[in-house]
Design a protein around this ligand. Structure first.
Ligand SMILES: [Zn+2]
Length: 1008
């Protein structure tokens, strides 16, 4: 059976079902037997009731691909104003998941909507192809073999791996009905893209924002590399919390006696100590100083522990907490009478509890001052290890301490620590350190605390601070105050200043995004851009044997040129002379034969952070682009890390707007993961329901919040889909014989209820347009859904059936209804097209082939030069979006309709009672009496016409009488006979001798 035949059969079945519900099978039969059914205008359409999405969609995508739909759309919009949504590159690793679905489908809504509103809105998908996740996967696969492999071979395998997943994901994205230049995506490992990164980098180098330094950075022991802020995951962990006594140096005790903190009598038989607190005992081996606050008060406690007498110095405000931690009861201790300011302690010296000799070439083991010392926790004296903490490092720089880090890349101590610590992994050594301190009388108290601690996103292990030589982009260094940079408004300002300034001019959706990124920008450290890995773009520095670094704008651009031609592998194979080019003028003191190439590669975030240049600018787009659209974790990641390079290179933000969405959680609001068993497999969902269901689901959720997601919730969207589909089907089925040019009725000549429908449509168009413009897609969904279920399905479509099926096919009444329906259908398809890409296309084609109104509309549509000549009836996706029709005034009759519909509701309530009591089988049987006390309402009903009002309520007759005090409605079974063709109970039934079983209207229709 063909689709068409099947449809016809179904339509007949629908109709017969209705008959069965309303009437006995017998009378239905008699209508059919008498041949009246053939005189009805029953709906006809190729748009079937059953969506069959999982079969229909792939077929449609094949057709789209054959006609090169993306190319056609771009062609149709050539020369139109542009709207650029720049795709954030997902990582080319694994199948797509629900997060991808939400992100890409939201982007597709925007691109398709903007295209339909007349913009040239290209979409170039991108992939992040370098980096650790791919490298670790490849290393896992290679196993032991990796030891024998050269860097280039590992890189080759990584490229294979990334390319494979680009292909897989590309296919999966297209299966969601996403249009874009999937033939020419931007890939971060392409030579042209890599060259673009270096072009941006050259600008930052030129402005003096790039530096190399030994500095503590987040270090992943598991992955043996530096980590960026965006690569950290914070987890609550339990850590040791220890209070440690550092003995005061002999000479400094004299000073303490002078200050009055320690009594001379105590000094001989007592251990005088500075007490510190730490949660990372392993860092004590790298301790070089103790910091105190210059203006805090410091005093002493005297106590006995393990039959030794101690005097410990600590902040007065921390006394109580420290005594509690040490579990010292009253009478077991005494508090010093004297307190001094921290600055009085500056320069006093101590003896390290277990490092015999200062391992550095600079001074160490003294009290230094630091304003960041607080009395929130600890003792008010802060253990300082400049190689293992950010504040420690800053203090170390100020006080001329060495940035000492005795920890190797694999997390083990090097040989500069005491024998008993050597080769211990620092993540396992805390207990050993604590035991040593306890055994040797340095440990005052030990407990554990739970706190939030950074972990590596890949290895999942805790991250340590470790000083290594790394490349950084400074966020606080000012750009040179040259005349040209000042003119740009960037000279003399730091990247942080510029970033905080520029975000004020960006549209953040939702608005809180601005505050979020501002907070992150305010507190962010310099950007560590170097990684000690293989799979990425090398940092283009050369080092001479005298340890001089060659990295200038010119040298970086020369490397960029070389890499653009030969790819980044050439960095590892070619000589500095080949890379820079024979003509390159080396600065004084350098010569080609004495240059080593830098081994480090770029942080992948720097690579994707340059996509505004490497992808957007290179595609000919102007920057800033219109929109970045990603998950809300990208305030820390891609948004911020695109903003900084762009400000440094071109002095402006790369985007005008930034839209963020939340993440999927399960029905209880819990994070979803495969291990928790609440994971939703995106590919399974697509295979089960079809893409349009997933897309409708994405449209239905408020993406600004956490998105609840499970199979049942997605499956439930099918109900909404069916209601929308059935509305389209009804409209299509009843306009099959309507030619918009020849048959349409002017608005003023239309039936009142048809005008009402168009007024409702205008309201819908206004609201939907506003929602689309503000990217509030769940509002688009609920507006359209409510329109289909309420205005259309429960009111208008029911009211129309009699007119559509039973009036003469070319009667004014039917043409009036069809005019309204055609407009509604056309608008609905267009408004749905960005969301239900396949279904809208299917409906558009069904409409084109049936009602001929497409030509009329297309003509009206061709408002833009660029699309005037396009044959775009082939696809809805290069048609134009519905526009508001200002000629339709819905405001002036709103009040009237409100009152009429209220009265209708009351009538329906009364009829429902009657049906329940089985006094009538259908509303058509009923005669309604309205006793109206409201004169205005009575006037409205009379003006509207009793017959029309009866049609609005789908009853056989309405009688109106005035009432004195209260409006009431009653109903009873009509006393008239029933028309066997239209089943109305009308007085005219039986008046015609030739057709005694028909009403007057039906007699006329049958006779014609
Ligand atoms: Zn009739």
């Amino acid at each position: 059976m063909s689709d068409n035949e099947e449809d016809k059969k179904k339509l007949t079945t629908d109709y017969t079902d209705k008959i069965k519900k309303q009437e006995s099978v017998k009378s239905a039969k008699s209508a059919v037997e008498k041949g009246y059914r053939d005189t009805l205008n029953l709906p006809k359409t190729s748009f079937s009731m059953k969506a069959n999405l999982t079969q229909r969609e792939p077929q449609m995508r094949k057709e789209w691909s054959k006609m090169n739909i993306y190319g056609k759309i771009r062609q149709a919009r050539q020369g139109a104003p542009s709207y650029t949504l720049h795709d954030g590159p997902p990582y080319a690793n694994g199948d797509i998941h629900m997060g991808h679905v939400i992100n890409k489908v939201l982007k597709d809504f925007v691109v398709k909507y903007k295209t339909m509103t007349g913009f040239d809105a290209p979409y170039i998908p991108g992939w992040d192809c370098h980096g650790l996740p791919i490298e670790s996967k490849v290393m896992e696969q290679l196993g032991e073999n990796i030891r024998q492999m050269r860097k280039l071979d590992i890189r080759k395998d990584c490229m294979k791996y990334a390319s494979k997943y680009v292909k897989i994901q590309s296919k999966q994205f297209q299966e969601l009905g996403i249009f874009g230049d999937f033939e020419n995506p931007y890939l971060t490992f392409k030579p042209q893209y890599e060259a673009g990164i270096l072009e941006v980098f050259a600008e930052l180098v030129d402005k003096g924002l790039v530096y190399k330094q030994l500095k503590p950075i987040h270090w992943s022991i598991g992955c043996e590399t530096a980590l960026a802020e965006a690569e950290l995951e914070y987890k609550d962990v339990s850590s040791p919390s220890i209070f440690v006594n550092f003995p005061v140096d002999k000479e400094s005790i004299t000073k303490l006696i002078e200050l009055g903190l320690v009594k001379e009598s105590e000094a001989n038989n007592t251990k005088v100590c500075f007490m510190i607190w730490t949660t990372t005992p392993w860092t004590l081996a790298a301790n070089l100083a103790i910091a105190v606050h210059p203006y805090l008060d410091y005093t002493t406690i005297s106590y006995e522990k393990n039959s030794r007498k101690f005097v410990s110095i600590l902040a007065t405000d921390r006394l109580e907490a420290v005594l509690a931690a040490g579990n010292l009861q009253e009478r077991q201790y005494s508090i010093g009478e004297k307190a001094v300011k921290g600055k009085e302690l500056e320069g006093l010296r101590y003896v390290h509890p277990f490092v015999q000799k200062n391992p550095t070439n600079k001074d160490a083991y003294m009290i230094i001052l630091a304003e960041y010392v607080t009395t929130e926790d600890g003792t008010g004296l802060v253990h300082t290890a400049p190689g293992h903490g950010v504040e420690d490092y800053v203090s170390g720089q100020m006080c001329n301490l060495e940035t000492y880090s005795p920890v190797m890349a694999d997390g083990r101590y090097d040989d500069s620590v005491p024998d008993w610590l050597r080769r211990w992994n620092v993540l396992e050594v805390d207990k050993v350190v604590n035991k040593y301190l306890a055994d040797n009388g340095f440990l005052f108290a030990e407990s554990t605390i739970t706190h939030s601690y950074p972990h590596c996103w890949r290895s999942k292990g805790p991250v340590i601070f470790r000083a290594t030589e790394q490349w950084f982009i400074s966020v606080d260094k000012e750009l040179p105050p040259t005349a040209s940079l000042r003119k740009q408004g960037v000279g003399g300002k730091s990247l942080r200043d510029l970033a905080l300034e520029s975000i004020n001019n960006v549209r953040w959706i939702p608005a809180w995004g601005q505050k979020r990124i501002a907070g992150m920008l305010e507190s962010r450290p310099d950007w560590c851009i170097s990684r000690q890995r293989s799979w990425g773009l090398p940092i283009p520095a050369f080092i001479s044997s005298a340890e001089q670094t060659l990295m200038t704008k010119e040298s970086v651009l020369a490397v960029a040129k070389h890499i653009a031609e030969k790819g980044s592998d050439s960095w590892f194979t070619d000589s500095p002379r080949q890379i820079l080019g024979n003509d390159f003028k080396l600065p004084d003191g350098f010569n080609f034969d004495d240059l080593k190439k830098e081994e480090n590669i770029f942080d992948v975030w720097f690579e994707s952070g340059c996509s505004w240049h490497s992808a957007a600018v290179k595609a000919g787009w102007s920057v800033p682009v219109d929109l970045y659209l990603e998950g809300s974790d990208q305030h820390r990641g891609w948004f911020q890390l695109s903003l900084l390079p762009a400000l440094g290179a071109i002095g402006k933000a790369p985007f005008k707007g930034v839209l963020t969405h939340g993440f999927t959680v399960d029905e209880k609001g819990m994070k979803q993961s495969k291990s928790l068993g609440n994971y939703v497999n995106a590919l399974d969902e697509v295979a089960k329901y079809g893409s349009d269901i997933l897309r409708l689901w994405v449209a239905s959720v408020n993406y600004q919040e956490d998105i609840r997601c499970n199979d049942e919730l997605i499956g439930r969207t099918q109900d909404a889909y069916r209601k929308i589909r059935n509305t389209l089907r009804f409209l299509l089925g009843n306009t099959y014989d309507f030619d918009f040019n020849a048959d349409s009725v002017a608005y003023n000549d239309m039936f009142e209820v048809d005008k009402w429908a168009l007024q409702q449509l205008q309201k819908l168009v206004i609201d939907v347009t506003e929602a689309y413009e503000n990217f509030i897609f769940h509002k688009v969904f609920s507006l359209i859904y409510n329109f289909c279920t309420v205005q259309m399905s429960s009111i208008y479509m029911d009211v129309l059936k009699d007119r559509l099926y039973c009036d003469a096919s070319d009667s004014l009444s039917r043409r009036s209804a069809q005019t309204a329906m055609c407009k509604i259908l056309d608008c609905l398809i267009r408004m749905l097209a960005p969301i239900l890409v396949h279904t809208a296309e299917e409906a558009w084609r069904a409409m084109n082939s049936s009602c001929g109104m497409r030509e009329a509309y297309c003509e009206r549509d061709k408002t833009h030069d660029a699309i005037r000549n396009t044959q775009y009836e082939e696809s809805i996706h290069w048609a134009e979006m519905t526009k508001v029709d200002d000629s339709i005034d819905f405001k002036s009759s709103e009040q009237k309709w409100h009152k009429l519909m209220e009265l209708r509701d009351e009538v329906l309530r009364v009829l429902e009672v009657l049906r329940k009591e089985k006094k009538i089988a259908s509303n058509q049987e009923a005669c309604v009496n309205i006793y109206c006390a409201d004169e205005e309402l009575a006037g409205l009903v009379e003006e509207f016409g009793l017959e029309q009002f009866a049609a609005l309520c789908i009853v056989s007759e309405v009688k109106l009488q005035k009432a004195a005090d209260k409006t009431t409605v009653t109903a009873e079974k009509s006393s008239y006979n029933k028309c066997q063709r239209c089943w109305n109970y009308w007085p005219s039934v039986g008046t015609d001798s030739e057709h005694p079983d028909l009403c007057k209207r039906c007699v006329e229709v049958v006779r014609d």
